[in-house]
Design a protein around this ligand. Structure first.
Ligand code: SAM
Length: 250
């Protein structure tokens, strides 16, 4: 990179608004100074994936500035598509892609519009998204149709706590009885209750996430891990011959 090009890129990064993701653009230019949470998520996921993706196709839902799309492209993915409804983030993703010279597609789509996407994908990255959705099961159903092999799910979650219990009627016809349910719940959050952010709608527990994924076509699961308090990371695959080593998620 010549100095003029480098200075121009530095200027464009500085004027591109606040960066949620830290992305290294080379030549000492980074979109943020401090390490960010998505880097911890990537450190956990990375050992579960093949060293080379051999042209596998990737969809990154709510891709933000494209950190996961970029990492997977560099690892040998074929078609990589990122979708992101917030213009600021989409523009950041395009800036990073162009600075790095990578062949990644971006579309200004909301996760509720997955059904409008052409094609299918071997890997779907679904990190930091579930709790932002008004209709999570509907979106997972659409995701299940688009995904051929593996989904990486990371989400805010209800804390694992032996005291958790919800009383609801359960049971087969004729034997529906009030039951203490300890798992399989999703908490509605109204307004800005979670982190002052009105774009948060639902907080599922681990069993709820696994159950929704089972209901939308996924049959094989990693053990859940919790990279930080109240955050769940999980891999789910459609078949046992998945490209990922599900046992490697730690
Ligand atoms: C917590 S950030 C996670 C970003 C990235 N996936 C990651 O793991 O680092 C949430 C991202 O989801 C996007 N988002 C919020 N609501 C969305 C929706 N309904 N559909 C798709 N993306 C959404 C936000 O604009 C933001 O980029």
């Amino acid at each position: 990179m010549t100095r003029i090009v480098r200075d121009e890129l530095r200027q464009r990064v500085a004027s591109a608004g606040w960066w949620y993701q830290r992305i290294d653009l080379g030549d000492g230019i980074c979109t943020a100074d401090e390490p960010r949470y998505h880097e911890i998520v990537w450190q956990r996921i990375e050992p579960t994936l093949p060293r080379r993706l051999g042209g596998a196709t990737v969809l990154d839902v709510g891709c933000n500035a494209g950190y996961f799309a970029i990492e997977l492209k560099r690892r040998g993915a074929g078609r990589v598509l990122g979708i992101e409804p917030v213009r600021l983030h989409l523009e950041q993703a395009i800036l990073c892609r162009d600075a790095l010279g990578l062949d990644i597609e971006y579309l200004p789509l909301d996760a509720h519009e997955l059904a409008t996407i052409d094609g299918t994908f071997d890997v779907v990255v679904f990190t930091g998204i579930l709790y932002h959705l008004k209709s999570p099961l509907l979106v997972l159903e659409q995701l299940g149709r688009l995904c051929r092999d593996l989904v990486v799910v990371e989400t805010e979650c209800i804390l694992e706590d032996a005291r958790n219990v919800v009383h609801a009627r359960q049971g087969p016809p004729g034997a529906v009885v009030p039951t203490a349910c300890r798992r399989g719940c999703m908490k509605f959050v109204e307004g800005a209750e979670l982190n002052g952010d009105p774009s948060n709608w639902w907080i599922p527990d681990t069993e709820c996430v696994v159950g929704m994924l089972r209901s939308t076509g996924f049959r094989f699961f990693s053990s859940p891990v919790y990279p930080t308090e109240g955050r769940l990371l999980l891999l789910a695959a459609k078949s046992e011959s998945t490209m990922a080593d599900l046992s490697a998620l730690r």
